[in-house]
Design a protein around this ligand. Structure first.
Ligand SMILES: Cc1cc2nc3c(=O)[nH]c(=O)nc-3n(C[C@H](O)[C@H](O)[C@H](O)COP(=O)(O)OP(=O)(O)OC[C@H]3O[C@@H](n4cnc5c(N)ncnc54)[C@H](O)[C@@H]3O)c2cc1C
Length: 408
């Protein structure tokens, strides 16, 4: 696996003098390689009036689309696998780095930016390769990488009320990057990560070959499911195992401020969240809020949960396991699994399922300047008090960008 990774990275960057190569040579190569000139209509260079809007279309983080951000020499928007093969070939031939973009949610903008302005690169944007085929009988689906998880969820829900796929909450996330990195959401305690439920895939390797699970071998198949997008090749499509869910499940949300013992509740959650039955997923988000006391600021913890069962089963369970939270029927709603995705992301009920098809952000995490990273703690209580204190002081945000979060 590691030699393969090295070959891939080196192959895309070995001609360091590529900045002297005119983009025209790359474009010429593309049209020759794709067999006809049709691919040129799918290419956007800096001279094209749509270049910026295509580049920014799914760039989710404003940090990487400032006037000084490095921009690609060209953006390719393939309609067919052969267009992807041609792009891989021509990037290698002309020493250009290749960035693959599915949904553009990369926390460091790796799918549409570069670390330096001296790195000539091309973006291949898979947004046009986004078909979803659901086979209810076999509880399986083939989904192309350029689909969002919302598009996948919508298609599953359209075909079956009792099948689901265990992936993330943010429905605008791209399948390509999400499955490459793992992917967790509200039913992962029961069914594992999105990547755990991939049963086959179609990958284009550095030589432009299209490989499936059998021809790529189990090592590479293992690596592309969690090893990080962009490291091993371009995944065109994934075959997924769908999982059973009740036609109605329960989603709840309850918010507590510091004055209502939020810190203690978060501590308590750390001790019991992982030992609750696997049908329950409970998470929390902490944020600043106006306090009811003197109009000062406070911190609130919003506990969201999804339970694969009904309200009447959940309430006694929570009264037994987590009575301090005081979860009541009024905090909960019964709904379908697909509706619970929208509820978990947007904390509102009654939205049409078509909201899942919206490829641009509709959540409070709308396109923003932001810095995000994931952390995994092994022991309870390690840093919660410090984080709460930092949120209260507004220090959790990079001062450079704070104005975008908190204009006051
Ligand atoms: C608002 C928001 C909400 C989120 N919610 C969740 C969540 O609920 N659960 C969760 O687990 N994560 C979540 N994430 C993290 C998200 O899963 C990752 O950032 C993921 O990598 C995004 O995939 P993408 O296709 O949208 O991103 P992209 O930026 O397109 O790609 C991410 C990386 O994968 C590479 N890549 C993309 N497509 C391919 C491909 N077809 N083949 C090979 N490499 C590829 C890119 O080059 C890049 O390195 C969230 C992120 C954001 C910004």
């Amino acid at each position: 696996m590691f030699p393969f990774l090295l070959v891939f990275l080196l192959s895309f960057s070995w001609k360091t003098n590529a900045s002297t190569q005119p983009v025209e040579q790359f474009l010429h190569c593309l049209s020759l390689r794709s067999g006809n000139s049709s691919i040129t209509k799918l290419v956007y260079t800096r001279h094209n009036s749509s270049y910026s809007s295509v580049l920014n279309s799914s760039a989710q983080n404003f940090r990487f689309i400032t006037p000084s951000s490095p921009t690609p020499l060209a953006i390719i928007t393939p309609l067919r696998p052969s267009h992807v093969q041609a792009t891989v070939y021509c990037c290698r031939k002309h020493g250009l780095q290749l960035r693959t973009r599915s949904g553009g949610h990369d926390f460091e903008g790796l799918s549409y930016s570069a670390t330096s302005c001296n790195v000539p690169f091309v973006v291949i944007d898979l947004a046009n390769l986004r078909s979803v085929r659901v086979d209810v009988e076999k509880a399986a689906a083939w989904v192309e990488s350029g689909a969002t998880i919302g598009e996948l969820y919508y298609e599953i829900a359209r075909k079956s009320a009792t099948l689901a796929f265990p992936a993330g909450i943010g429905h605008t996330i791209g399948i390509g990057g999400h499955l490459s990195g793992g992917g967790y959401g509200s039913i992962f305690r029961k069914y594992g990560l999105a990547a755990d439920n991939v049963i086959d895939s179609r990958l284009i390797d550095v030589r432009g070959r299209i490989l499936d699970r059998k021809s790529m071998g189990e090592d590479l198949f293992w690596a592309i499911r969690g090893g990080g997008g962009g490291s091993f090749g371009i995944v065109l499509a994934w075959k997924l195992k769908l999982v059973p869910v009740p036609a109605n499940l329960t989603a709840c949300s309850v918010t507590k401020t510091l004055e209502q013992n939020a810190t203690e509740l978060v501590h308590r959650w750390q001790s019991i969240g992982h030992i609750l039955p696997k049908e329950v997923h409970m998470s929390f988000a902490i944020s600043r809020a106006n306090s009811s006391v003197d109009g000062t600021m406070t911190v609130q913890a919003s506990f969201g949960s999804v339970f694969l069962g009904n309200i009447n089963e959940l309430i006694p369970l929570m009264e037994e396991k987590f009575p301090e939270l005081g979860l009541s029927k009024q905090d909960c709603f019964e709904m379908s699994w697909a509706e619970s995705i929208l509820y978990s992301a947007l904390f509102t009920t009654g939205l049409p399922l078509e909201t899942l098809l919206n490829r641009t952000q509709v959540s409070p995490l709308s396109k923003l300047f932001f810095k995000a990273k994931s952390d995994f703690v092994k022991r309870p209580g390690t840093r919660i008090r410090r984080i709460v204190a930092q949120v209260l002081r507004g220090r959790y945000f990079d001062p450079k960008y704070r104005k975008y979060f908190d204009p006051k």
